[in-house]
Design a binder for this molecule. Sequence first.
Ligand SMILES: [Zn+2]
Length: 123
Amino acid sequence: MNSSSNRSIQVILILIASITVSLLIIPACGTSSAPDVDEDRLDELTTELGIRSCLMRMDSISFEIEGLIFHSQVDITDRQAVMALIPANLPNCPVSDLPYIFEDGELGLLIICPSGHGSVEID
Ligand SMILES: [Zn+2]
């Protein structure tokens, strides 16, 4: 074989190697797909966020009522005076859309979620 023929064979081998490498790399780059979504985990996160949202709303309502009590200078132990400050209709739970319950019980003044998401004390 002459040097020209060897050179042609080298060029062809390099070309085949390049095409082979390209065929291996290109599909790997182009096949990125969305990660699998775990529907159960997604439901858990939605529920968790709903509960947190509910607790934050009750905290906010409690803060507002405490402000009403403070500014009206009502003694918190005077339950009748405190009850007069509480709006008749409290906002709703963001998850169930049921109105919160206000309770004056043994544990003190509470805002309770009717859907079981918890309660917040007014102090
Ligand atoms: Zn709730």
